[in-house]
Design a protein around this ligand. Sequence first.
Ligand SMILES: Nc1ncnc2c1ncn2[C@@H]1O[C@H](COP(=O)(O)OP(=O)(O)O)[C@@H](O)[C@H]1O
Ligand SMILES: O=C(CO)[C@H](O)[C@H](O)COP(=O)(O)O
Length: 551
Amino acid sequence: MPGGDQELGTYYVGVDVGTGSVRAALVDQRGTLLAFADQPINQWAPQFNHHEQSSEDIWAACCIVTKKVVQGIDLNQIRGLGFDATCSLVVLDKQFRPLPVNHEGDSHRNIIMWLDHRAVSQVHRINETKHSVLQYVGGVMSVEMQAPKLLWLKENLRETCWDKAGHFFDLPDFLSWKATGVTARSLCSLVCKWTYSAEKGWDDSFWKMVGLEDLVADNYSKIGNQVLPPGTSLGNGLTPEAAKDLGLPAGIAVAASLIDAHAGGLGVIGADVRGHGLACEGQPVTSRLAIICGTSSCHMGISKNPIFVPGVWGPYFSAMVPGFWLNEGGQSVTGKLIDHMVQGHAAFPELQAKATARCQSIYAYLNSHLDLIKKAQPVGFLTVDLHVWPDFHGNRSPLADLTLKGMVTGLKLSQDLDDLAILYLATVQAIAFGTRLIIEAMESAGHSISTLFLCGGLGKNPLFVQMHADITGMPVVLSQEVESVLVGAAILGACASGDFASVQEAMARMSKVGKVVFPRHEDKRYYDKKYQVFLKLVEHQKEYASIMKGD
Ligand SMILES: Nc1ncnc2c1ncn2[C@@H]1O[C@H](COP(=O)(O)OP(=O)(O)O)[C@@H](O)[C@H]1O
Ligand SMILES: O=C(CO)[C@H](O)[C@H](O)COP(=O)(O)O
């Protein structure tokens, strides 16, 4: 059990690999960040819907940020290291060298990213099998999961990739292997993205039915036949080679990893909420929904018994909080959608110039511009005649329809900064309405949610947070540490070190409430009307598709 003085001199390193950058933090036993560093990472999009990265680039970025956060620290005070990452697919050959996942044969690009939608035909065929494992991914497998991507590689890059492959890793597991030499996979990645069951293991019949029987033949050695709960200490800890790369002592405990959204969930969901006037105070932790909002948004709700929510991933046993089932709703592009809408507008250069002149981020500038133009009315009312449907990259939850597209209605001929600001507001609102739709689906299946715990890059945007509160009608809790995903990664390191008896204990000690944003109930009628329009948009989109399909 950690004690007062010991707490001050004991640190963990958390490393978070997001879509756009790698971040690291030095975190103490109270969950306070003492140092933070980040480093952008490369992405390639060689064709539409293909998104690739490099495991060598990502490891190099992990090394840069880790070295930075431990500078000037007595390294003996670091007790554990935890990684989280996006659920992207890393491909290595039998000697653990990168293999190309592209027609160009560029082996540097050996990662098919999570948001890659190349395997559309493969996922359709997988879903047509109606195999029972699909019950545990919301009834429909997503093109963003690993089975369709593996099938795509087998069908499209047989000689250059599939036949030579020795190891297919989820990115979080690649990182823990790189740090320790241990190829064991995390229960989190295998359960959430690879159809593994925490209770029954792999289902041979699924892999045979979808045409990936070769993975069964060698007892799943390429995709993982040793599976450990997140936070378990791996092998003999950090290898001397990885220790040199990262600037850390060899032998320190390294944890079995988590997917990034799940690390965010650990970083926020277990906080002590007493004294904040929240409905979840004194209620089970199952009344909390963690929302991790970066490039995408992930909605993580837990339950004591399995809850089957059509179109919402899961239920996954012990994939985030041990002993609890997890349902994971999601929106494939949120931060990326806001960036896309803003950067693609004709007034973007003007916005950039004005924000730079004021030394503000473009989003801080847009938020203050909206405050100027709203006059006496609430800011959200500026979009009375402008509505957005946000599925520019398909719908992950709860419609589970990757064919859906984005929609905007209410456009005018002007293209000035006011228009840009209002379009940005309507996009933020559309994402919040998408969250409301996911919450409604989870509640009608049996969840009972009263409070949102929001983190990720979009948690730094006060407008995004307020709109989530107003549109869902629920309070939004922000953590004391903005970089809560890194707190989640550090919690893994803390568990691996043995300093905490359980993930739950580490969560309770290390996640802390910061600010609470309450909904403006007086605006409810307006948002209820906008929600009606929101639902009509998708109904109409489906009608258009059906008209165009008809004779
Ligand atoms: N200070 C900020 N203000 C407003 N939005 C922000 C800010 N920082 C990041 N974002 C938004 O957050 C998104 C990235 O979040 P992040 O958690 O870093 O993503 P990822 O983990 O996917 O790399 C960006 O797309 C951007 O829209
Ligand atoms: O599928 C996911 C989690 O299960 C995430 O959407 C994916 O990992 C990307 O995360 P981020 O938006 O933070 O980059």
